[in-house]
Ligand binder design. Structure first.
Ligand SMILES: [Zn+2]
Length: 449
């Protein structure tokens, strides 16, 4: 949840404030030469050696003629590559994670094709060991364990068959399939119809899984690493209530599966929001196991996962709103006076330049103030446009941009459309500018002294 904390969790990987907690790719140009339709991922994982064997098929459509194509895979060694069943002419590794594939037969523009990659070894950065001997994955780290069309803003279907030794379980995103037991091992299946690859995750541990359902029948799977269930199950049980609250503010829950995964990576582990199933990386630490964190992470399913920030610079779309969701919860559930909180925060931070830094600056990932100034700025926006217009905005954005990659300027235009107000000056004061806004924007509407 908190970027400064994230840096400590996954030293050496590219993590700072990012889409739904974690990803902050340095502006990598999107490769639009092909469009992935689906990932069919099979892995076998050995917790004792922390190694995996993988066999992944990527189905795609070429948007231009392809003599070669590049997927991203870091860590494991590639053993074979075939395109449409034919052994690739060559494959090579480039940079930290590129896998450059030359098919034996060039792919024509508009052709559908399938790339099958087999690989084995130690997973790449973002594959995190748990204190109970298992593993889980960071947001934006799919290339650590399967070949992926990364940084391409390319949603696709995802299915996983994860084989683990007896006593271990694998939990991923989406709906649970049928588990198959073989000698000494079990295969766990998960599938999600449409997902941004940065928001795929898997957790392998000696998990206890508990199944339930939301009121509308949406299946819920909660998973607990050893020793964590007693402390965390009370929070897991609040999930239907939290999703109900958020649906009331943001519109219908965007997915057809839900749940929580509680593991312990280290004491500084925050929560992260893969699609459908939040992973609490520091579930051994009471400091992070709060209802606020649950509300924040679940809010990402609307703000950050279903509607994904297009670039790291757009991440206020994700974090400012997820954090403001906790304000809304405090207001409705605990009767907190948000205007008073706002005034207190403005006064307490007046002299703190870091607090007042830009929330949106093209080409730059915003700083930690997303979590502090972000909700203050959104509360000012609410007072600027009025409750009724603000409520319509909160609800309309995730519904109208569902399943899309969106930019901050799109949100700005959308808010002006929904509210019928010219907010240019307001945005400059609160989102695009640094420093304390002038009184006109600092004390809008009911906040006026
Ligand atoms: Zn977050």
């Amino acid at each position: 949840m908190v970027a400064t904390v994230l840096a400590g969790v996954v030293a050496g990987t590219a993590t700072a404030a990012g889409s739904a907690d974690g990803k902050a790719a340095a502006g990598v140009a999107a490769d639009a030469s092909f469009d992935v339709l689906g990932y069919d991922v099979a892995i076998g994982y050995q917790p004792d050696t922390q190694t995996l064997e993988g066999d992944t098929t990527v189905s795609a459509t070429a948007t231009e003629a392809l003599d070669s194509l590049t997927l991203q895979l870091s860590g494991p060694a590639v053993r074979s590559v075939a395109v449409d069943g034919e052994k690739a002419e060559s494959f090579s590794r480039a940079g930290e994670q590129d896998l450059v594939i030359v098919p034996a037969t060039p792919i024509g523009r508009g052709d559908r094709f399938r790339v099958r990659v087999t690989y084995d070894g130690t997973p790449g950065p973002g594959w995190l060991g748990t204190t109970s001997g298992g593993a889980t994955t960071m947001i934006g780290s799919s290339s650590a364990w399967f070949p992926v069309h990364d940084d391409a803003r390319d949603r696709a279907s995802f299915s996983l068959a994860a084989t683990v030794p007896d006593g271990w379980r694998a939990v991923s995103v989406g709906r649970e399939g049928t588990m198959v037991r073989t000698a000494g091992a079990s295969t766990f299946r998960w599938a999600e119809r449409d997902v941004d690859p940065d928001h795929v995750a898997v957790t392998i541990d000696r998990l206890t899984t508990v199944r339930s359902a939301l009121a509308d029948g949406t299946p819920v799977v909660d998973a607990y690493a050893p020793g964590l269930r007693d402390a965390t199950e009370p929070l897991a049980k609040r999930l239907p209530e939290v999703l109900g609250f958020l649906s009331g503010r943001f519109g219908p829950y965007p997915f057809d599966a839900a749940g929580n995964v509680f593991v312990h990576v280290n004491d500084d582990g925050p929560g992260i929001a893969p699609q459908t199933r939040t992973v609490y990386l520091g579930a051994g630490n009471e400091q992070y196991m709060t209802l606020r964190l649950v509300v924040h992470e679940q809010a990402h399913q609307w703000y950050g996962v279903s509607v994904t920030p297009h670039d790291p610079e757009d991440v206020c779309l994700s974090e400012c709103f997820a954090e403001y969701a906790t304000w809304l919860w405090d207001e409705e559930r605990d009767g907190v006076d948000l205007d008073a909180r706002y005034r207190d925060l403005v006064e307490a931070n007046r002299g703190d330049d870091a607090f007042w830094g830009e929330l949106y600056r093209p080409g730059a990932t915003p700083q930690i103030n997303l979590y502090s100034k972000g909700p203050v700025a959104l509360h000012a926006l609410r007072r600027q446009v009025g409750d009724e217009a603000f409520d319509r905005l909160l609800r309309a954005w995730p519904q109208e941009h569902r399943g899309e990659y969106a930019t901050w300027p799109q949100l700005e235009s959308f808010a002006e459309q929904v509210t019928g107000q010219d907010l240019t000056g307001f945005y400059r004061a609160w989102f695009r500018g640094a420093g304390v806004p002038s009184d006109e924007y600092l004390w809008p509407g009911e906040l006026a002294p």
